[in-house]
Write a protein that binds this ligand. Sequence first.
Ligand SMILES: Nc1ncnc2c1ncn2[C@@H]1O[C@H](COP(=O)(O)OP(=O)(O)OP(=O)(O)O)[C@@H](O)[C@H]1O
Ligand SMILES: [Mg+2]
Length: 304
Amino acid sequence: MTAAPDLADLDLAVLEQAVDAALARRDDAALHVLGYGEITTVFAWPEPDGPYACKRLPLFTKARFAVYQPAFDEYLEALAARGVDVLPTALVHQTRADGWIVAYCIQPVLPRDALLPEVMRQAGGRDDAEHQIGTLLGALIDHLARVVDERVGIDAQVSNWAVADSGLVYLDVSTPFLRDADGRDRFDCDTYLESIPAVFRGFARRFVIPGVVQTYHSTRSIVLNLAGHLTKEGLDPWIPLTLELARERLGVDLTPREARRHYRNDTRLWGLIQRVRRIDRVWQRRIRRRPYPFLLPGPVDRRR
Ligand SMILES: Nc1ncnc2c1ncn2[C@@H]1O[C@H](COP(=O)(O)OP(=O)(O)OP(=O)(O)O)[C@@H](O)[C@H]1O
Ligand SMILES: [Mg+2]
């Protein structure tokens, strides 16, 4: 797989200045966006082909970063120990003038046609599509059997994988789905909650986050999410095959109807969160007259 980019050439202060300028201009056009997720934006830097793929994490307090950094390292180790080939990812950070810590996950930029959704879309037109796509989805599902338990979780959506000669490579590692032996999450939801307006934080911490995090520790809900989100990638026809493989290999029994319903509900939840965040952004900029400190995902491309 692509080697880690040489961090010696990365000037984080310059990168952060460019992001700050984009935030001030309210426009990420200069950032060569590679993909929008639900929480954040991944962009190529400094050129459209990299060499760096940068994911800016929510801002950390010093104390929260001291929790996050070891959890991130341990998560990469846990995935590797369970047989997942993780795209080389460096966590870099610096303290800003206002005292917040800004951190980035830095990876090599992968060509678009190495990303699993694109590989599947291209394979979809071929005669042996069923075989090719079945092999990829089967390998993905076999990973779930090895990785997932109460201690280690994973977000297995197809958009989080790439395909190399050696097989599947996992790229979305910024949220460490790890739990201590006593069941406590190592993932500190308060950092992520910073990016939603304060009035909703208590509600989200109590009623939304625990359910969302649990989703990534159960093979059943991971498969539901994986299958449902095929719709987002225009890969809806492969939902039945995904569920068939999950039934055979994981003993998880789900219907396409359940997967589609899950996706609709999930879309509603994240759509609501994004709307609330956009309203907050207007409030912060126009009324409070201060720059909004998060790179919000642009309109998420949902094909349905
Ligand atoms: N190293 C990379 N090279 C090329 N494209 C990438 C790379 N990393 C991410 N992308 C693109 O950006 C998209 C979003 O990245 P990723 O899945 O890591 O973040 P995310 O889904 O926003 O995560 P979260 O929602 O957990 O914040 C990917 O699905 C992919 O299309
Ligand atoms: Mg992702």
